[in-house]
Design a protein around this ligand. Structure first.
Ligand code: ASP
Length: 425
């Protein structure tokens, strides 16, 4: 649905930095963070602020991104009327199963309670209030630095309705003015073109913020190591294992369903989809993988063209089970870590918002983290804990992207039914 923003080749340090894969930069950020945290100790506490700012900017982009992404898919997908109900049913079932698997594993393994010193941050209550529609940096402006922080956009349209926040308006104007420079000559002949330009521009801005993630990781790791020690990371290790187990169970669900409800055999499907699954893992993007998913489904697995296009093209945009599972597990993990028991109703709210957040998540790297703020907000969880997840997200994102693609494959195979297409078809 989208092509990545144009890369301008640069030389020198920044050129090499930009050309280094994001996960290497994040890993470097992690090591720098550990060293800084050990060196500064308690004095590293203020380093939380940069990572919270990055999160604030990411979450400001979440609502418009979801809006435009969903509008775009609905406008452009060609779904035959007869398949709508079947497709919707399959997607909903898979996503619900994914979230229940995620919640069950998180409830059984309790990854957030691994460390004896699971920290209960003083900010938790304030954050619960703040998440009821406010945001991350919410103190009254005391000095120019705080004033600048307070002016950073908390939502895209918010500053436009706030006479006091001229800085926020200017930041948005600069970001979108520059992002739109590449699209200024794009011909707009119909509404689809308009939505396309809006979507691509949002993605360009999103990529700029994602470029800041390694810095955010260095800062949050330094702050956590400096003030709380390695305890939080023991939890994080358990969280990674729990997510991997849950994603494995989800993969098993797909393969069992393929075995019983389609003509294809799971082994044959895995073999045929090898290229797409590896590409999903390495690009971290189910959208970028979509053409390969489609080609493998049609040519290597041998499903009908209609099933391949519904599974790969529609699925790649709407069907993000790995993301849904991850968002629900992350919510439960953070709740466990801060000692907050989620009631049954809150867990159901997590289920519901994770479904919506996964539908709205674009198939690009880190999109799950952007929409995760919506899930946290819905149950009053401390969104300032999300930056800690950035330290492992570069890896877990690859794993959930692979499952997102396998989910599309599952839908295509099930839509194809129990009889293989004949040579006349
Ligand atoms: N990277 C994922 C995808 O492309 C989305 C996510 O961040 O969960 O499917």
């Amino acid at each position: 649905m989208t092509t990545p923003p144009k890369q301008v080749a640069k030389s020198g340090f920044w050129g090499r930095w930009a050309a280094t894969p994001l996960y290497w930069r994040i890993l470097l950020g992690m090591f720098i963070g550990i060293a800084t945290g050990l060196l500064l100790g308690d004095r590293a506490g203020w380093l939380r602020i940069p990572s919270e700012i990055i999160l604030q900017l990411l979450s400001a982009l979440a609502p418009p991104l979801i809006l435009i992404a969903v509008v775009h898919v609905l406008m452009t997908s060609d779904i035959p009327r007869s398949s709508v109900a079947r497709l919707a049913g399959l997607l909903l079932l898979n996503t619900t199963v994914a979230i229940f698997i995620g919640l069950t594993v998180a409830n059984v393994m309790q990854p957030g309670k691994r460390s004896p010193a699971a920290p209960v941050p003083a900010a938790t209550e304030a954050s619960a209030e703040q998440t009821a529609g406010q945001d991350v940096v919410d103190e009254p402006a005391a000095n120019p630095f705080d004033q600048l922080l307070g002016s950073l956009p908390r939502s895209l349209l918010g500053p436009l309705g706030d006479r006091q926040n001229v800085i926020g308006v200017i930041i948005i104007a600069i970001a979108f003015g520059v992002a739109l420079r590449d699209a200024k000559a794009a011909p707009i002949t119909n509404i689809t073109d308009l939505v396309e330009v809006a979507y691509r521009t949002l993605i360009v801005v999103l990529h700029w913020i994602i470029e800041l993630v390694p810095i955010g990781v260095a800062c949050i790791v330094a702050a956590v190591i400096g003030t709380e020690g390695f305890g939080a990371f023991v939890n994080l290790g358990a969280f990674v294992v729990a997510v991997l187990i849950a994603l494995g169970l989800q993969a098993a669900w797909y393969l069992v369903r393929i075995h019983y409800f389609s003509w294809a055999s799971p082994v044959q499907v895995l073999r045929g989809m090898r290229d797409a699954l590896l590409m999903a893992f390495s690009t971290d993007s189910s959208t970028a993988t979509m053409p390969v998913t489609y080609a493998c489904l049609k040519e290597k697995v041998g499903v009908r063209e209609k099933s391949a296009s519904l599974g790969a093209l529609v699925g790649a945009n709407f069907n993000n089970d790995g993301t849904a599972l991850y968002e629900a597990m992350a919510a439960l993990f953070v709740a466990q870590m801060i000692g907050m028991d989620l009631t049954m109703v809150q867990q159901l709210t997590v289920v519901f918002t994770s479904i919506l957040a996964s539908v709205g998540a674009a198939g690009i790297p880190e999109a799950g983290i952007v929409t995760m703020t919506l899930v946290f907000t819905a149950v009053g969880l401390d969104v300032t804990k999300i930056p800690i997840l950035l330290t492992v997200d570069w890896f877990l994102d690859r794993c959930r992207t692979t499952i997102n693609v396998l989910g599309d494959v599952n839908v295509a195979c099930l839509l194809d039914g129990k009889t293989k297409q004949s040579s006349e078809e």
